[in-house]
Ligand binder design. Structure first.
Ligand SMILES: Nc1ncnc2c1ncn2[C@@H]1O[C@H](COP(=O)(O)OP(=O)(O)O)[C@@H](O)[C@H]1O
Ligand SMILES: [Mg+2]
Length: 454
């Protein structure tokens, strides 16, 4: 036998157990649920015509709704966002990972072809995925029941899931129910703070979709999107800019809006309580999904490239940058969709523009310290407007403040007998005159007599 000749093959197939454990390991339950919402949102977006998710696109999502119910006993998500077709289910929806031959040209936030599988395995062990969709003119319903223990029991290829006929859902869409929950899911769903946080995260991350009318309900309660507003007047104008970038032949539309969202604090002592702080900073969205919210860290640039670290003084500033691409792979998105990929070229090239407007706000708040009253008066004239109402292609405008003239001063301190102080106080007008006033009055008196004038 010749050296280098292949004699045998080493088996490298993964086991299902390994797969399920690995893909669910480094992701939180909350992020898994968001992945399911992403799929519904992608469905709604397809229904609305698969177009860019930028600021200027008029898309109405008000006929779509996503309903999530969680309890220590079960999890359910139901949408009316069009559903997946039987063909989708057979060929790709249940595969682990997207094939490079698959064409996704739909402005979706699904990237890797793993979200749904990862989510249901993380949630529990008795799973049912139902879908009703119209495919080539025919309305068809099917269900994919997954009993995880049974599925794990046999590693032999091919790996697949049974698809069964099913009753149609009331509207075209997908319903996923998980009835035997994993311990971690039970503990989370028992906890009011988990549910409350989930609600808050959904409100924040899907703000742009909620603002277009999409309905999301958690335990039957509708979630309201955060209203993102900036202040505007003749003197304060939020900036708005857009440009096209390209990466590996993919076009990425980049839009920025930034300005004063609220009046800055009078006092910028870092230890003071300030509610507003949570809203301010930079927001980054990828195909409509907010992946970084109210960021005050190096991720959005604070403390890098000559930006100062975030300080309470900068409160009131809000910037949002939106990246839109037909293929989600071109977006500066991390795999958990919970942060921005700072090494992305597209993101790196956007940073100087973010920095420019941030810098102007920093300069304004510096000048403000020397002209607080004037600043407050001018700021009061700026009214809130929705970010969608900000004029396109406008640079930021902030007023130039006139700093108070501050002359260098010196202090005088000396001690005299109290009886003499009192006597002088009385001669100056009051026996109870404060010592400090006696001091300034006697200085003024002497100055006038020896030097004269002011
Ligand atoms: N709620 C849904 N509505 C329509 N199609 C869905 C839904 N959930 C999942 N799918 C289909 O299943 C596929 C796989 O979903 P997923 O595992 O999250 O990967 P990805 O979203 O990255 O494609 C989706 O691409 C989509 O075709
Ligand atoms: Mg997905």
């Amino acid at each position: 036998m010749a050296i280098g000749e292949t004699t045998q093959k080493a088996i490298a197939n993964p086991t299902k157990e390994f797969f399920v454990t690995m893909i669910t390991r480094d992701i939180t339950l909350e992020d898994c649920i968001l992945d399911l919402i992403d799929n519904s949102v992608d469905g709604a977006w397809r229904g609305a015509g698969s177009r860019p998710v930028g600021f200027s696109e008029e898309a109405d999502l008000s006929r779509y709704s996503i309903s999530i119910n969680v309890s220590p006993k079960s999890f359910r998500i139901l949408d009316n966002c069009g559903g997946m077709t039987l063909n989708d289910a057979v060929n790709h929806a249940f595969s682990f990972g997207r094939r490079s031959t698959e064409e996704y040209d739909d402005y979706s936030i699904g990237v890797y072809g793993i979200g749904m599988k990862r989510a249901v395995f993380k949630l529990g062990t008795d799973i049912k995925i139902r879908s009703t969709a119209v495919d080539e003119g025919k309305r068809l319903a099917f269900a994919v029941p997954i009993n995880v223990a049974r599925w794990l029991a046999n590693d032999a290829p091919p790996w697949d899931f049974d698809i069964a006929e099913d009753e149609a859902l009331a509207e075209d869409g997908v319903e996923i129910t998980v009835t035997t929950l994993n311990g971690g899911s039970v503990r989370s769903f028992e906890s009011p703070s988990f549910v409350q946080n989930l609600r808050r995260t959904i409100a924040r991350d899907y703000t742009l979709h909620l603002n277009r009318g999409l309905k999301i309900l958690l335990n039957d309660e509708p979630i309201a999107g955060a209203l993102i507003e900036l202040r505007q007047s003749d003197e304060f104008v939020p900036m708005r800019d857009e440009y096209e970038d390209e990466i590996d032949g993919e076009r990425v539309l980049v839009e920025l809006i930034a300005g004063m969202a609220a009046l800055p604090p009078d006092n910028s002592d870092p230890d003071e309580q300030d509610d507003g702080d949570k809203r301010f900073g930079w927001y980054v969205a990828c195909n409509g999904r907010i992946v970084l919210a109210a960021d005050k860290t190096t991720l959005s640039g604070w403390g890098t490239d000559g930006w100062p670290l975030w300080h309470r003084q900068y409160s009131g500033f809000l910037g949002i940058i939106v990246f839109t691409a037909a293929h989600a792979t071109a977006l500066p998105l991390t795999t958990t969709k919970r942060s921005v990929e700072t090494s992305s070229e597209v993101y790196r090239r956007a940073r100087p523009r973010m920095r420019e407007v941030t810098r102007q706000w920093i300069d304004y708040t510096n000048a403000r310290k020397q002209a607080l009253e004037e600043a407050k008066q001018r700021e009061a004239g700026a009214a809130s407007i929705s970010i969608y109402a900000v004029n396109r292609k406008t640079p930021v405008k902030l007023p130039l403040l006139t700093p108070r003239q501050t002359e260098r001063v010196g202090n005088i301190a000396y001690a005299v007998p109290i009886s003499r102080l009192r006597t002088l106080g009385k001669a100056l007008g009051s026996i109870n005159m404060p010592y400090r006033e006696i001091g300034t009055k006697s200085f003024d008196y002497t100055y006038e007599n020896l030097v004269g004038g002011e």
